[in-house]
Ligand binder design. Structure first.
Ligand SMILES: Cc1cc2nc3c(=O)[nH]c(=O)nc-3n(C[C@H](O)[C@H](O)[C@H](O)COP(=O)(O)OP(=O)(O)OC[C@H]3O[C@@H](n4cnc5c(N)ncnc54)[C@H](O)[C@@H]3O)c2cc1C
Ligand code: FES
Length: 293
């Protein structure tokens, strides 16, 4: 069984009911929740997600997918809590943002395949909007500062880790200090120039790849954010011959492969051959050159 296939991790999926122990605003309309979820925290790998819904109410009925942002350990080093970061946008996230500590939520996960742990000299993570959420764990694993997935995976697989992170304005950049504290090189971009460079993240990536072109380093790119941004990042990587993985955020209803609400067009054997793939079980992480944008 391929390590990139969801079935590889399916045995470790759990459904739990747990309560909010944190629900803090960390940016404009952006919140970070913490819940005790030991069984999920112990087995998840970077890029996996959980489905979450409010316990005991049908408003909204359908769960929402949220990438796991961080795993918090107790004093003995055992993973106990998971943190999720969400942008208050519509029905579910508005209810969640207004929920006091102690509110019960139901989670099922970890779900999806997760990013590959392929070795490289430099990992460049490119995030836009709320797409920074799967990047903290990925960078920590790559640097070898935290292990995930019950030691099924290698860690410390990249000597250097960078994040290029953009949003419309400074107030929407959330969790920047977590990435800096984790030791990643962080480049910030905003559309309005309120902080960092007033440029789009794919343009910054393109320039960075050109700078590194003669370094002799093996480089990997991982990206998450609006589809148009990921498409441009993918193009830049293809032109430079760089391995790129994307985290697709197609809307999901079940998260476990039953409803087909989450499909994306994914190439099969040749450029013209494609099929619909369920991003919840066959993704959400795909090699960028497989996606029909
Ligand atoms: C693998 C994966 C990981 C994800 N990780 C994160 C994460 O870490 N953080 C995060 O914030 N989000 C993440 N998402 C997105 C998340 O699942 C939700 O889609 C998002 O939080 C919005 O949910 P909501 O209930 O608040 O909004 P919804 O009510 O579902 O609305 C979402 C948007 O669609 C619009 N909309 C709703 N209904 C309609 C309609 N009938 N017609 C037209 N437009 C409509 C709304 O106006 C709103 O802009 C992830 C998604 C996936 C698939
Ligand atoms: S969300 Fe139901 S099949 Fe993917």
């Amino acid at each position: 069984m391929s390590k990139l296939h969801a079935d590889y991790y399916a045995d470790s999926m759990q459904q739990i009911s747990t309560s909010l122990v944190r629900n803090d605003q960390i940016g404009e309309g952006t919140y970070r929740i913490r819940v005790a979820a030991e069984s999920i925290a112990r087995t998840l790998v970077p890029g996996q997600f959980v489905m979450i819904r409010m316990t005991g109410t049908n408003a909204p009925l359908i769960g929402r997918a949220l990438a796991v942002y961080d795993v918090i350990c107790d004093e003995s080093g055992a993973p106990v809590w998971i943190d999720l970061v969400y942008l208050k946008k519509g029905t579910f996230t508005t209810v969640l943002a207004e929920s006091p500590l102690g509110t019960q939520v139901t989670l099922w996960g970890p779900l999806g395949n997760g990013f590959a742990d392929r070795s490289c000299d430099r990992l460049i993570m490119v995030a836009g909007g709320i797409g920074q959420t799967p990047m903290l764990l990925l960078g920590k694993e790559a640097m070898g500062t935290q292990n995930f997935g019950d030691d099924k995976r290698q860690h410390g697989w990249s000597r250097n880790v960078e994040l290029i992170y953009g949003a419309r304005r400074a107030s929407l950049l959330a969790g920047v200090e977590d990435f800096e504290k984790a030791g990643f090189g962080v480049t910030l971009c905003t559309d309005d120039g309120s902080t960092g460079q007033q440029r789009l993240v794919p343009d910054v990536l393109r320039e960075r790849l050109a700078e590194l072109a003669h370094s002799g380093e093996t480089i990997r790119v991982a990206t998450c954010g609006p589809e148009i941004m990921m498409e441009k990042v993918s193009e830049a990587c293809q032109e430079a011959g760089i391995d790129c993985q994307v985290s697709m955020e197609t809307p999901m209803a079940c998260g476990i492969g039953i409803c087909f609400s989450c499909v994306a067009q994914v190439r099969q054997d040749g450029p013209e051959e494609w099929d619909y793939k369920r991003t919840c079980v066959e993704g959400p992480i795909f090699d960028a050159d497989q996606i029909c944008w």
